[in-house]
Structure formats: C-alpha cells, structure tokens
Design a protein around this ligand. Structure first.
Ligand SMILES: Cc1cc2nc3c(=O)[nH]c(=O)nc-3n(C[C@H](O)[C@H](O)[C@H](O)COP(=O)(O)OP(=O)(O)OC[C@H]3O[C@@H](n4cnc5c(N)ncnc54)[C@H](O)[C@@H]3O)c2cc1C
Length: 399
C-alpha cells in the first residue's frame, strides 16, 4: 500500500497510535494483524512524507538512563482499596486531581457493540473514576487520546495520564514539551495481549455460560489480594457472577506465562529503572519477605488481604502528587524488583508463543482452549480446589 514505512519490524512498534494521531493528512490507520495486534498502515495516496509520524515515534528514540529518586510501599487511605488491583494508589492520585477540577486519563473496560473493549478514556468525576480502577490485562487502545490530553493541558487543567510505560512515553513524545499541569503514572508491565485475542476468549466463555458477559475484572479480592478474576454476566435478565482463579483460565494463564504478548513486549526497553512516568505503580509482590515490619500483623499499615503497592518516584513532580491521601514507607529498587522482574528486564518469549498464536489465527480460540486444557488439566483442578478452600476459610473468618 505505502512506499513510506514506519517501522523496521514488529518488535519496534508498540501500537500506541501516536503516528496515526499526529498525521496531518489522516493517512494512517491502525490495522490488526492476524493475531489481532494493531499496527499503523499508511495510505500512500494521502501521505505527503512530511515525517511527522516518524518523529513522534517514542519507540525509535533512545531512552535516557536514570534511576528513581525513591522507592516506596504504599496504600491508599482515601479510596476503597478492595476495588483496586494493588494498594489503590492510582485512585488516590486520581481523586486528588479530580478534587482540583482536573481530568484523569486511564484504561477502562468499555462495552462497544456488545463487545468488551479495553480503551483509554477520560473521567472528570469520582463515580466515573471507578471505570479506570483495576487492571485490564489486555492492550488498551489509546487511539485519539493524546490530542485530548493536549487540549486539556492547553485549557490549563490539571491532567493525570496513566498507562503502560510505552503509552506514557508515547504521550510525552506526542506533546513534544513538558507541561507543569501534567502528571503521569506508568504501571509496572510485563506485556500486553491483543484486544482481539481477549475478545475471542470472552466469546468462548460466553458460549460455555450460555450468557452475555458484561464485565471481566482481572483482580477481584473476594479471597484476598491475588489473581482471581470475576466475570459478570446476564442470565434471564439478571446480573450474575462467576469467579475464576487465574490458573484455571486459559487467557489469564497464557497472559501470566508470557505466551501471548505483542512482539515488542519481549524486548521492552522500558522494563528497567529508567521509568517514563512521574511515578511508577505496581504490586509490591513479596512484601511478606521484603518488609515484614510493614504488615498489620506486626503493627504496620499493610493489610495483606487488601494488598499494597510498589511506588517509584521518578521526578520531583511525582513527590508533589504523592503528598496526601496515601500512607507510604521506604523501600529500595532492589527489594521491589526481587519479586517483580519487569523492573529489571522484559518478559522472556515462551517457546509456545508462535504455536498458540498461529493456532488462534488458523483454528480460532477453541483450539487455544483445547491446547491449554490438555496441558494443564491437573493444574486447573488444583486452582479451583485452592480457590474453594480460600473461599470457605474467608466465609468462616467473616462469621
Ligand atoms: C498489562 C498489565 C501488566 C501489568 N504487569 C504488572 C507486573 O508485572 N507487576 C506489577 O507489579 N504490576 C503489574 N501491573 C500493574 C498492576 O496490575 C496495577 O495496575 C498497578 O499496581 C496499579 O494498581 P493500583 O491499585 O494503584 O490501581 P488500580 O486501580 O488497580 O489500577 C488501575 C490503573 O491501571 C491502569 N491500567 C489498567 N489496565 C491497563 C491497560 N490495559 N493498559 C494501560 N493501563 C492500564 C489504569 O489506567 C489505572 O491507572 C500490570 C498492569 C497491566 C495493565
């Protein structure tokens, strides 16, 4: 289609859509490949080869080497931590921006034409903020979002933008200059599957349930801080729920085992201490071993059932954003990275990745599920059993 090319190989495109958004001729469209990963495609009849798309590409620029100013363990004091994946830091930061009349951008699980569609949206009130809370372990579309951020900044409003490190880098590159009223938070990220792959998984689950799924929450805390998903579906006009431990779900397991990420995730240049946001947020996995002194059982502020966050402060602005509504205590990068390898290196490509994705492209999601169940039958049963035991223990404790 085009003579002008945007990227050398798939490893060098993160699908952020900044090139499509900046194109003055609207000559670039994001098109899914056979695995559902979106890549820019140039319409050569519209392209004038002005170079705006290439110059906005953050993936093609060198990352400045730097170290965080601080690393902390944190828990929100002003929001319901049970609704967040980790310690609810994002919601606490966002609440502060909203209280100041600002606007917050982040990933939401939207429903478009009956399909679950993870995408970045903006919110301006606390009720809508709930949409951005919780992790969506799928690539979120940032199509058309960077321009909206710029407009809000130029209107003089405080803006919080959160996303994967490549999305934050893309925004910074799109804006070309720093804005005093912009705050950014990147999340610790080990990679993203395609939205199409996720959608086909949802359709597969819908067929099994015989009902329409209206939400998929990756990090429900009904049995505590961990990796249990909650499916919301409609049956006979009623809203119902189903919980799946991550290791019993084909999609969730393949995600956790790095089997289905975008090509660029396996060589992610942001999986290091040179972070792209003012703050970096993640789970503080391994808190029991790294900081037993912070646990509530030892007189500290971390309730292990509710979870806690790892926060790296990367700029002075990051400190300003953290200054209220969040309980924090000191840690180190080394301690945080011990159980969060994405802070030091990208995920390793699994040996099954090509097979699984080709199976998906050629034979559909059913083939992926069959492969998964065949190889993990026992693990799935054990995952359900462990979940049921945790649930019973939880109910007994609540009595
Ligand atoms: C794909 C992905 C991989 C991750 N991998 C790790 C990991 O390896 N280790 C780790 O410690 N943490 C990881 N996280 C981050 C973790 O799950 C929490 O999102 C983070 O700890 C923030 O939690 P919170 O309690 O502060 O806020 P929450 O309310 O739980 O987090 C919501 C925040 O996450 C953002 N977000 C949610 N889904 C997406 C998405 N698809 N794309 C971009 N932004 C999104 C929202 O915009 C919002 O800022 C990952 C998150 C995602 C989305």
């Amino acid at each position: 289609m085009a003579t002008y090319t945007l990227f050398e190989n798939k490893e060098s495109c993160c699908g952020c859509s900044a090139c499509a958004e900046i194109c003055p001729k609207n000559a670039i469209k994001m098109i899914p490949d056979k695995f559902g990963f979106i890549y820019p495609e140039i319409n050569s009849s519209l392209c004038t080869e002005c170079g705006a798309c290439r110059s906005v590409c953050a993936m093609s620029t060198e990352l400045e080497e730097k170290k965080p100013l601080d690393v902390m363990v944190g828990v929100s004091q002003v929001t319901d931590v049970m609704q967040s994946a980790s310690g609810g830091i994002f919601a606490a930061l966002a609440s502060k921006i909203l209280d100041n009349g600002g606007i917050v951008f982040g990933a939401s699980m939207e429903v478009i034409d009956g399909r679950l569609a993870p995408m970045h949206i903006s919110v301006e009130d606390k009720e809508s903020l709930k949409k951005l809370m919780g992790s969506k372990y799928v690539q979120s579309s940032t199509s058309g979002v960077f321009g909206k951020v710029k407009t809000a900044l130029c209107d003089g409003r405080q803006v919080l933008f959160s996303g994967t490190p490549c999305q934050v880098a893309a925004l910074n590159s799109y804006l070309k200059r720093s804005y005093e009223n912009l705050y950014t938070a990147d999340i610790i990220c080990h990679g993203v599957p395609s939205s199409e792959f996720f959608q086909k998984y949802i359709e597969y689950e819908e067929n099994k349930l015989g009902a329409k799924i209206t939400n998929f929450k990756f990090r429900d805390k009904n049995v505590g801080w961990g990796l249990t998903a909650k499916i919301t579906y409609r049956n006979n006009g009623k809203e119902k729920y189903k919980w799946i431990p991550s290791r019993a779900s084909s999609y969730y397991s393949l995600f956790l085992d790095s089997e289905i990420y975008r090509d660029c995730c396996y060589s992610c240049k942001y999986a290091c201490s040179s972070r792209t946001g003012d703050l970096t947020l993640g789970d503080f996995w391994g808190i029991e071993k790294q900081h037993p002194e912070y646990l509530a059982t030892n007189g500290g502020f971390v309730e292990i059932k509710k979870g806690c966050s790892c926060i790296t402060v990367n700029t002075e602005k990051g400190y300003r954003l953290l200054d209220s509504g969040i309980k924090v205590s000191e840690s180190t990068y080394e301690k945080a990275a011990e159980y969060n390898k994405q802070l030091v290196s990208p995920s390793r490509k699994s040996k099954n990745r090509e097979f699984i994705l080709n199976n998906f492209a050629n034979s559909g999601y059913k083939a992926v599920e069959q492969f998964f169940v065949k190889n993990n039958f026992l693990k799935i049963q054990i995952a359900f059993l462990k979940y049921r035991i945790k649930r019973i223990l939880n109910l007994l404790r609540l009595r």
